[in-house]
Design a protein around this ligand. Structure first.
Ligand SMILES: CC(C)(COP(=O)(O)OP(=O)(O)OC[C@H]1O[C@@H](n2cnc3c(N)ncnc32)[C@H](O)[C@@H]1OP(=O)(O)O)[C@@H](O)C(=O)NCCC(=O)NCCS
Length: 179
């Protein structure tokens, strides 16, 4: 198993993994599968802190994508530029094998190297696997938005989870701003 940046050839598999959750799950509030261009925009973004990573079984095969994780702007106003929102989705047959953790470990390392300060995740509740993954990676639940989603005939809450990558900066008072 390998974690690497996604390539154009991975996009149909990434889309298929997400589309399955769109149509059957509440982890995402999309109601219709987005077009492949939605994923291509994540792939081609040149903004610092934007990544689309895939976990692949065998890098020589073109059908081996088991899951993906991405980071993107939380909000576009410039003062948010060192905050990123992240997410992760696996194929149904790939859950529970540590792939979510492997994808996030690689993604968080890249975000730290980019100088990202705060990482956010928005988790529709309940989602025990996602909550456990984020907790294991050091995230804390910092807020709940009640009944903001409506899918499959019911109201769904979302929880905000946050990880500050540079806690030293808050206590050091040095004012250092990395690159
Ligand atoms: C959420 C998801 C990515 C987790 O990935 P995963 O590879 O199954 O998780 P891992 O095997 O890396 O486990 C990470 C941690 O979560 C725990 N965990 C995983 N699944 C769990 C579950 N169903 N219940 C409780 N804990 C769970 C593991 O024990 C591990 O904790 P540890 O490090 O303290 O031992 C995966 O379940 C998934 O793709 N779900 C559908 C899409 C989704 O909900 N995405 C998140 C959107 S916010």
């Amino acid at each position: 198993m390998l974690i690497r940046p996604a390539a154009e050839a991975d996009l149909p598999a990434v889309k298929a993994i997400y589309d399955q959750q769109v149509l059957t799950g509440t982890a995402t509030f999309d109601l219709e599968p987005p077009p492949v261009d939605y994923w291509r925009a994540r792939l081609t973004s040149t903004e610092p802190g934007d990544h689309l990573l895939v976990a692949v079984e065998d890098d020589t095969a073109d059908h081996g994508v088991l899951g993906y994780a991405y980071s993107a702007a939380y909000r576009t106003r410039p003062a948010y530029s060192r905050t990123r929102e992240i997410s992760v989705y696996l194929a149904a047959e790939a859950v529970g094998r540590g792939l979510g953790r492997s994808l996030y470990d690689e993604l968080l390392a890249r975000l730290a190297a980019d100088g990202v300060h705060t990482v956010l995740a928005v988790i529709a509740t309940p989602n025990p696997a996602s909550e456990a993954l984020h907790r294991a990676c050091g995230f804390e639940r910092v807020g709940l938005l009640p009944e903001v989603g409506h899918k499959f005939g019911r109201w769904i809450d979302t929880a905000f989870w946050a990880l500050v990558l540079e806690p030293w900066q808050q206590t050091s008072g040095s004012g250092r701003i990395p690159g």
